[in-house]
Design a protein around this ligand. Structure first.
Ligand code: TRP
Ligand code: ZN
Length: 848
C-alpha cells in the first residue's frame, strides 16, 4: 500500500531489544474473502532489565474490533504503523480481534487470495498486516492456530492437533518469529509421501496443489526427500516435526518461503513435468526445494536478530543449496553457472548506485534488500571462509553454531565467533566482507628469475557511496602452475591476500610456468591479469579456469570487434572448437564453453575501460561471433547434434540434461546454417519441453516462428506456467528494433494478467533484460518499462521495486541515454502516492 508519510531510515546501530517476552500465541482465523476476522490471545511478560518498556505492536491496514488485557477492554493508541497501550508490569494476556480484507490484497504480503485459495507471505514484515504483534525476528514464540473456513484443506505451521468439518487446529512447538507464520486454505489436492529421519521420526510429507496439477508433483517430492537425507548426511541435521507441507501458489512475489513446516512456493518453483518444464526448470526447482528445506535449521531453528542480519540465514542457505546441487549433479558445472549468475546480477549491483554491504547498515524498506549481494555474495563469503579454515574446521564450526545457537536469534558476530572459537583465528579483517560494499579488483604481475617464479598481487576496491574508504580484505586466491608443456608443476594452493600489495614466490622451477589464478573462482573479485588464455584453455586442470579461459578469449574477441571492428579471433574459434568436439568432456561443460559473456556485461566492461557502450554494436558483435563459430564448426555440427539426442525416456538428471544442453547448443548453430529446418523437425517431434522450447526459440530467431508460436499457444493455453515461457521467449528472441513492439503487443494479449508477478516478469522482466531492445536509441524501452512500473506500483510495490534495478546501470551509457533514463526515473519518483519500496529504489538509483 502506498505510504504518504516521509520515508524513515532504519539503522543497524539503533537496535534495541523488545521490552517483553512472548510466551505463547493463540490465533483464530474466521475466513471470509473481504472480511476475515483474526482473534489473537498472546501471553506477554515484561523483561525486568528492559531499557525500552514501551508496549508497541506493529499493525498495518487492520480494522481493530476490540482489545483486552487480562479480559478487560482497553483502548490502545493507533497509528498507521501500529499501536501502543498501557500495560501491567507483570505477565499479562493480550487479546485483540481485527478484521482484514484478503480479497483486496494485491500486494501479496500478509493474508491474500490466489486462484481461489487463501495463503500468506509474512517475511519480512507481512505479519503486521494480519494482526497486531511485535513483528520483529528476535521475538520468538510457540504458536497455536485455529482456522475456521469451509475449505477442505486448512493448514498452518507445526503439527496438526485436531480438525473437523470447517475447522482445523495446528500447534507449532518450536519458538519462531512471526515472519515464519503461514496459513493456507483452499480446495487443494495432496501428493503424499513419507520420510523417516535418522532419529527415527516418521514424517508425513505432502505437496498441495490446485486440482489439475497433480501430475506435476513427483519431482518436487523427490527433491524434498533428497534434501532431507542430504542435510542429515552432510550437516547432521534432522527434521523436527511430524509433518512437512509444501503448497504451490500461482501469485507469489518471490521463489518460495521457508515458513516452519509449511513452505509456500511460487508454482513456478515447484511444479514440474517433462512435458511442461525444461531441464533448467527442473534444476532450479530442485535447488529451491533444497534451499527452503535447509532453512529449517539455517533460518528457522537459528534465526536473525534483526533484518540487517539477513545474510546470516540467506548467505548460509544459498551456500548449502549450492553444495547440495554440486553433490547431486556436476560440481564444476554448478560453479560455472553460479559465477555466470553472480557476474550478471551481483557485480552490477556492487558496482553501481545500489551497492550495499552483505550486511547493510541502513534501509528504508527491507524488502529492497533481498538482493544478489545478500544472497549470492553472502554465499561466496561463506565459501571463502570454508576455503580459509579448511573443510574439517568448517564442519566443526557449523556443529558449534547449531549447538550454541539453537533456538536463538543471532547476528553475524555470533557466526564469526564460532569460527574464531573453533580455529583460534582472528577473523576481524575477514569480517570486512560483511561491512564493505564493492567488488575488489585484484591486479597481478609476475616475474621469473633463477628458478623462482613470483606473483605480485595488488588489491583495490573502488570507493562507493556505501563504502567511501574501503580497506584491504582477506582474499583467498587459489593458484596452480603449469609447465611449458602444459603439465601441472604445482597443484592448487590457496594464497591469502591481506594487504594492498603482496608477493608470493615459488622456487625450484625449471622453466617459467604459466599461472592459473583464482581457480574455482575462489573469491568474488575482478581479476586483472593478461592470462595466457589459449594455453589455459588447452591445458588447465582446473575445470573452472579452463572454462574461464574460453570465456576470456571470447570476451577479448568481442571487445575487439565492438571497438575496432575486428573479425572474431581465431584462437577463440579454434579453442572452443577443440572443446566442442572433445568427447571426453562432460557435454554440459562443453555447452557452457560455447556461451559468450552477456551483452550487458560487455557494456560494463567497455564502460570500465573508458569506452561508451553502443548496445546495437554489442548486439551485432554477438551475432557475428555466433555466426563465425557456427561456420568454424559447420562440418562437425550434424554429427554433434545427432550424438546428443536422448533416446531413453525423459529424465531431468544431470546426464540427460547435459546431453540436451549440448545438442541444443549445436541446434542453435545449425539453425544459422540450415535456416531452421532442423529446428522445425525438432519442434514437430518434441516430446518434452526442453526440446520443444529450444526448437521454438531457434525458429523465432530464424524468422520463421509464427506457425510454431501459434501451435504452441493452442497446445498450452490452459497452462499458466508454460504460457509464461511463451510470453517470455518472444521478447527474448526479438530483434533489437522489434523488442519494444513485441513486448507491447504481448501486454495487449488477452492472457496478459499484469497483476500476476510471473506473467509480468515473463514479459516486462524479459524486456528489461533484452539489452539492445531495452536500451534502444530513441528511449522507447525506458518509457515502456517506466509506464508499466508506474501501473504496477499501487498494486504490488514489492515486485515493482525489484524491477527498478533495470535502471541501475544508467551511468554506463552515453549522455543522451543517461538523460532519458533520468527523465523516466524522475517521472516515476513524482508519481503521487508512490510506494515506500519504489521510492527508495528510485532515489538510490538517481542519487549515487
Ligand atoms: N526467505 C525467502 C527465501 O529466500 C525469500 C522470500 C520469499 C521473501 N518471499 C519473500 C523475501 C517475500 C521477502 C519478501 O527463501
Ligand atoms: Zn532463503
Amino acid at each position: 500500500m502506498p505510504k504518504d508519510s516521509a520515508p524513515q531510515t532504519i539503522y543497524l546501530a539503533d537496535y534495541t531489544p523488545f521490552g517483553f517476552d512472548v510466551d505463547s500465541v493463540h490465533l483464530t482465523f474466521d475466513l471470509a474473502p473481504s472480511a476475515t476476522r483474526v482473534t489473537s490471545r498472546i501471553r506477554f511478560a515484561p523483561k525486568p532489565d528492559a531499557t525500552d518498556k514501551t508496549f508497541f505492536l506493529h499493525g498495518e491496514g487492520l480494522s481493530l474490533i476490540s482489545a483486552k488485557i487480562d479480559g478487560e477492554p482497553v483502548t490502545p493508541e493507533l497509528t498507521a504503523e501500529g499501536l501502543t497501550c498501557a500495560v501491567p508490569n507483570v505477565p499479562f494476556t493480550w487479546e485483540a480481534e481485527v478484521q482484514i480484507d484478503p480479497a483486496a490484497n494485491t500486494a501479496l504480503e500478509g493474508l491474500y487470495q490466489s486462484g481461489g485459495m487463501y495463503c500468506t507471505q509474512c517475511e519480512a514484515e507481512g505479519f503486521r498486516k494480519i494482526t497486531y504483534y511485535p513483528d520483529r525476528p528476535d521475538v520468538m514464540s510457540s504458536f497455536t492456530v485455529r482456522i475456521n473456513g469451509p475449505h477442505p484443506v486448512l493448514l498452518s505451521n507445526g503439527n496438526p492437533v485436531a480438525s473437523g468439518d470447517g475447522w482445523a487446529e495446528w500447534h507449532d512447538p518450536w519458538p519462531k518469529p512471526a515472519y515464519l507464520f503461514a496459513l493456507v486454505a483452499g480446495e487443494l489436492v495432496a501428493h503424499r509421501d513419507t520420510f523417516t529421519t535418522m532419529e527415527g521420526r516418521h514424517v508425513d510429507l505432502a505437496l498441495y496443489v490446485r486440482p489439475g496439477d497433480e501430475g506435476k508433483c513427483a519431482f518436487g517430492m523427490q527433491a524434498l526427500k533428497d534434501s532431507m537425507k542430504w542435510d542429515e548426511d552432510v550437516y547432521g541435521r534432522a527434521y523436527d516435526l511430524d509433518v512437512f507441507n509444501i503448497v504451490a501458489v500461482d501469485d507469489f512475489n518471490m521463489g518460495a518461503m521457508e515458513n516452519k513446516g509449511l513452505n509456500i512456493f511460487n508454482a513456478s518453483a515447484v511444479l514440474a513435468s517433462a512435458e511442461t518444464s525444461t531441464d533448467t526448470n527442473f534444476e532450479r526447482i530442485e535447488a529451491i526445494i533444497a534451499h527452503e528445506y535447509f532453512h529449517n535449521w539455517t533460518g528457522n531453528r537459528i534465526t536473525c536478530r534483526d533484518w540487517f542480519q539477513l545474510c546470516l540465514k540467506e548467505g548460509l542457505t544459498v551456500f548449502r543449496d549450492a553444495q547440495f546441487t554440486s553433490d547431486m549433479r556436476s560440481a564444476p558445472v554448478k560453479r560455472i553457472s553460479d559465477v555466470i549468475d553472480l557476474r550478471a546480477r551481483q557485480f552490477p549491483e556492487d558496482q553501481g548506485p545500489l551497492a550495499h554491504p552483505v550486511r547493510p547498515e541502513s534501509f528504508q524498506e527491507i524488502n529492497n534488500f533481498y538482493t544478489a549481494t545478500v544472497y549470492e555474495k553472502g554465499a561466496e563469503v561463506i565459501g571463502m571462509l570454508k576455503t580459509l579454515v579448511g573443510d574439517d574446521a568448517y564442519a566443526r564450526a557449523l556443529d558449534l553454531y547449531f549447538d550454541r545457537h539453537d533456538g536463538q536469534a543471532c547476528t553475524i558476530e555470533d557466526w564469526i565467533k564460532v569460527f574464531e572459537d573453533t580455529t583460534g583465528r582472528d577473523l576481524s579483517q575477514f569480517k570486512r566482507w560483511y561491512s564493505q560494499a564493492g567488488t575488489p579488483r585484484v591486479a597481478v604481475e609476475d616475474s621469473f628469475e633463477d628458478g623462482t617464479y613470483t606473483l605480485t598481487f595488488r588489491q583495490h576496491t573502488p570507493p562507493s557511496a556505501a563504502t567511501p574508504d574501503p580497506q584491504p580484505q582477506v582474499i583467498p586466491v587459489a593458484v596452480g602452475l603449469l609447465g611449458p608443456d602444459g603439465a601441472e608443476v604445482l597443484g592448487t594452493q590457496v594464497l591469502e591476500l591481506t594487504q594492498d600489495r603482496q608477493s608470493f614466490s615459488f622456487p625450484g622451477l625449471d622453466a617459467r610456468p604459466v599461472p592459473s589464478i583464482l581457480r574455482g573462482f575462489s573469491a568474488p573479485v575482478v581479476l586483472d591479469y593478461a592470462a595466457n588464455d589459449a594455453f589455459l584453455l588447452a591445458h588447465d586442470t582446473d575445470p573452472f579456469n579452463r572454462w574461464e579461459a574460453a570465456r576470456n578469449l571470447g570476451k577479448a574477441s568481442l571487445l575487439a570487434a565492438i571497438t575496432q571492428g575486428d573479425a572474431p579471433d581465431a584462437a577463440w574459434l579454434d579453442g572452443v572448437a577443440g572443446i566442442l568436439t572433445d568427447a571426453t568432456l562432460d557435454p554440459a561443460y562443453r555447452a557452457y564453453t560455447l556461451s559468450l559473456p552477456g551483452q550487458s556485461q560487455l557494456a560494463a566492461d567497455l564502460a570500465n575501460a573508458g569506452t561508451t557502450p553502443d548496445p546495437d554494436a554489442i548486439w551485432a558483435a554477438h551475432e557475428a561471433h555466433r555466426a563465425a563459430l557456427a561456420e568454424r564448426v559447420a562440418d562437425a555440427l550434424p554429427g554433434l547434434y545427432a550424438a546428443h539426442q536422448v533416446d531413453a525416456p525423459y529424465a531431468p538428471d544431470a546426464e540427460q540434461s547435459g546431453k540436451r544442453a549440448l545438442g541444443n547448443a549445436a541446434l542453435s548453430m545449425l539453425t544459422r546454417l540450415d535456416g531452421g529446418d532442423t529446428a522445425q523437425a525438432q519442434f514437430d517431434h518434441a516430446s518434452n519441453m526442453t526440446q520443444q522450447l529450444s526448437a521454438l526459440s531457434n525458429l523465432i530467431r530464424a524468422g520463421r516462428g509464427d506457425a510454431a508460436l501459434a501451435q504452441f499457444e493452442a497446445q498450452w493455453k490452459h497452462d499458466r506456467l508454460v504460457m509464461d515461457k511463451w510470453f517470455g521467449l518472444q521478447v527474448m528472441e526479438a530483434r533489437p528494433d522489434d523488442a519494444a513492439d513485441t513486448a507491447t503487443a504481448l501486454t495487449k494479449h488477452s492472457d496478459f494478467n499484469w497483476k500476476n508477478p510471473n506473467r509480468f516478469r515473463a514479459t516486462l522482466g524479459a524486456f528489461a533484460a533484452h539489452h539492445a531492445g531495452f536500451h534502444a536509441k530513441d528511449g522507447s524501452g525506458y518509457t515502456l518499462l517506466a509506464n508499466w512500473l508506474i501501473t504496477l506500483d499501487p498494486v504490488n510495490p514489492q515486485t515493482t521495486a525489484r524491477m527498478c534495478s533495470a535502471f541501475q546501470t544508467w551511468r554506463r551509457y552515453d549522455a543522451i541515454r543517461g538523460s532519458m533514463i533520468q527523465k523516466e526515473l524522475t517521472r516515476i519518483a513524482e508519481t503521487p502516492g508512490l510506494s515506500r519500496d519504489t521510492t527508495e529504489m528510485i532515489t538510490r538509483i538517481q542519487n549515487a
